[in-house]
Design a protein around this ligand. Structure first.
Ligand code: ADP
Ligand code: MG
Length: 344
């Protein structure tokens, strides 16, 4: 048996001190961090971008198959992804947690190990938070703060007709990973003696449990002196997100099935569930890739990055949002975005 220290033995202040004792601020913009009534941030003439997310046990994550360290990493990464999606650089996070007495000090240490691993990987400082008890379950709220060169932020609403639609990385993996995890959970609950067999699906399961934010794509834009005309991150699925960009920009769009970036591992895994890899790429959520549009004149810059796929282009609003299949048929894109509320 591993050790179990009740959080009540430390009290709230003892817990906060314990969890934040090793913080070393990395950014010049982090003027005052944990330990006062508020944090102080100075972005030295840059503009500030803020984004916040809540994660609720049983709704957004399942601790049966989510290691706490991965959860800590992921809850930071998904917030940083929103900051990158504004074409900004994340610099600080604030982390609020509510925990029931089911969680020990060791469990919180594991969770924070993941949080700090993400902070280090992405160069952000944890500068504050709040700690509360909860009746039941684990509730997490992360607020990420970033900086951007004045007026270089990129919104969803500013795509122009004729712009190329681009995505980073590959799509659908996290969704298929989730299917495997849910299946193994069911088997485990029916027979706890059976060890889960997930070894063969490390790629898609990794996409679900340990997503990364596309810091590298934002750095590429800067190097290539490229500013996308619109951008957002893909948390709910490509079809849902492209409809947001289309609607908010007052345009239509065309995407091509054959251009969708699909990893070989995802394709093979989807076949095991007898589902269509294209459907996973369109509707699967939680990949945290970037969806953005660029002016046609920037096409040559985009080709410099082999991790960016051009999947279609923006059209007039009257044409609606359409997908052209490999067989040449045209269908309207519908928002079947993965939705935390429909999951259970
Ligand atoms: P207050 O009474 O003003 O809410 P707290 O005692 O909750 O202050 O917090 C003390 C300090 O610790 C503050 O700087 C706060 O931002 C930070 N803090 C509290 N909880 C956390 C946490 N879970 N993670 C990181 N920092 C935290
Ligand atoms: Mg407090």
């Amino acid at each position: 048996m591993s050790e179990r220290t009740e959080i009540s033995t430390l009290g709230e202040f003892g817990l906060i001190e314990h969890l934040t004792r090793n913080i070393e601020l990395q950014n010049a913009s982090s003027i005052v961090g944990v330990g006062d009534d508020g944090a102080v941030i100075d972005h030295f003439g840059k503009q500030t971008v803020i984004s916040s997310d809540m994660l609720v046990e049983g709704v957004h994550f399942d601790l049966v198959y989510t290691p706490l360290k991965h959860l800590g990493y992921k809850c930071v990464v998904v917030n940083l992804s929103d900051i990158y999606a504004m074409n900004a650089t994340p610099t600080q996070i604030v982390l609020n947690i509510a925990i029931s007495n089911r969680f020990s000090l060791e469990a919180m240490d594991e969770f924070y190990e993941g949080v700090y691993a993400a902070c280090e990987r992405y160069g952000v400082d944890l500068v504050g938070g709040d700690t509360s008890s909860s009746q039941k379950g684990f509730i997490i709220s992360v607020t990420a703060i970033g900086e951007v060169v004045p007026d270089q932020y990129v919104r969803r609403s500013t795509a122009k007709k004729g712009d190329l639609i681009c995505v980073s990385g590959d799509l659908g993996g996290a969704y298929v990973g989730l299917l495997f995890l849910e299946r193994e959970k069911k088997i485990y609950l029916e027979n706890p003696n059976i060890q889960p067999d997930l070894e063969s699906e490390t790629y898609v399961i990794g996409r679900m449990l340990k997503p990364e934010a596309r810091k590298d794509i934002i750095e590429f834009f800067e190097k290539a002196t490229l500013v996308p005309t619109s951008m957002m991150d893909i948390s709910d699925g490509l079809s849902s997100e492209i409809l947001h960009i289309s609607k908010q920009s007052g345009l239509g769009c065309v995407i091509y099935e054959e251009k969708l970036p699909i990893a070989e591992e995802m394709r093979n895994a989807a076949y095991k569930f007898q589902i269509d890899p294209t459907a996973c790429a369109l509707s699967g959520g939680e990949d945290y890739e970037l969806l953005f549009t660029v002016d046609q004149n920037d096409y040559s810059k985009i080709t410099l990055n082999k991790d960016i796929s051009v999947i279609g282009y923006m059209t007039e609003q009257e044409q609606g949002a359409q997908i052209i299949t490999k067989g040449g048929s045209t269908y309207p894109i519908t928002a079947q975005g993965w939705n935390a509320f429909l999951k259970k």
